[in-house]
Design a protein around this ligand. Sequence first.
Ligand SMILES: Cc1cc2nc3c(=O)[nH]c(=O)nc-3n(C[C@H](O)[C@H](O)[C@H](O)COP(=O)(O)OP(=O)(O)OC[C@H]3O[C@@H](n4cnc5c(N)ncnc54)[C@H](O)[C@@H]3O)c2cc1C
Length: 339
Amino acid sequence: MASTCRGDRVPTSIAIIGAGLAGLTLARRLAPLADVTLFEKSRGLGGRLANRRRGDYAFDHGAQYFTARSERFKAVVAEALAAGSVSTWPEAVPTLSRSGECTPHPRVGETRYVGTPGMTGLANHLAKNLDIRKETTVAALGREDRRWRLRDADQSDLGLFDIVISTAPAPQTATLMPAAFTGHEALARARMSGCFTLMIGLDEPPDLGFDAARLEDEILSFIAIDSSKPGRAGKPALVVHSRNDWAEAHLETDRTQVQEQLLAALARCTGRNFRSARWIDLHRWRYAAVDQPASEPFLFDPDLGLGACGDWCIGNRVEAAFESAAALAGVVSERLADG
Ligand SMILES: Cc1cc2nc3c(=O)[nH]c(=O)nc-3n(C[C@H](O)[C@H](O)[C@H](O)COP(=O)(O)OP(=O)(O)OC[C@H]3O[C@@H](n4cnc5c(N)ncnc54)[C@H](O)[C@@H]3O)c2cc1C
């Protein structure tokens, strides 16, 4: 987005690494004040707010839904609701016990939201009018005349920037940031864990008695009938998440074996065999959940002009990614205003 520039002052150039919720939130807030460029390694936007289409099926293979507690996140969600990029879902999230009993979750009254027509709906809404370079992985930062030269894995030049902010998961941000960055101690504090996601495409709705449920199981943690979400046009689609601790112990296990174990666990939990489903696919998230946050709302090194934010700063939720980015945007905006 073009920046406003008073007099002949050259606008500050800012590179943001990652177009998940944190990166998009930051870019939206800083774009009126600076020349902001977002770099995203994937083809799509949203990061772990993810959506995958396969034939007649659509799966949200990352976050299933989110909640909004702070007033400023509620305002963003309300705007996206009005634009049709977000809807409410599900009514309830019961827990399915080992014995097959379905019990309602004790926390009632909190509205849950999903992006429409996929979880990326919120990201695509926030991305409007931003300068985003998709399929561009930032691999290295080099110091040049008190600015930062960004390069991709082929050493191709991605530009020279005054400020660089990474919203990649903490371990990836730690690898990217130069040794002099003051945030390394906090980055090392953050702990993240993986997740395997099973995507199952069916001919008929599975009729499990719920749209989404937490699972009491040693392998699985969550099941959702994604096709029951509002605005989904695809055929019946089921998404099943593994437990994060189980995924951590099996990150390098052969994918066929992982898929087989998840299907066996699903049969145990639901009493149904989905092995002959029309579509079955598996996704491995290397960094899915925040087990221990950095416990600082964001990281910013004003001398070097380097920063970092994301869910891993605060906690394991979509809203944490937003809050971290909004807080950092406040500090960077003040610095820009001071010149
Ligand atoms: C399986 C799963 C289930 C979840 N369930 C829920 C849930 O039900 N409710 C909830 O609130 N939260 C849930 N979450 C967590 C939620 O998705 C995250 O908290 C939130 O989306 C994180 O946003 P973020 O912007 O901080 O990070 P991300 O979404 O991870 O964004 C980081 C972005 O940086 C990009 N990137 C990384 N490195 C580079 C690089 N070098 N160059 C360019 N781009 C780069 C990535 O591609 C990505 O797009 C879930 C997550 C997963 C994976």
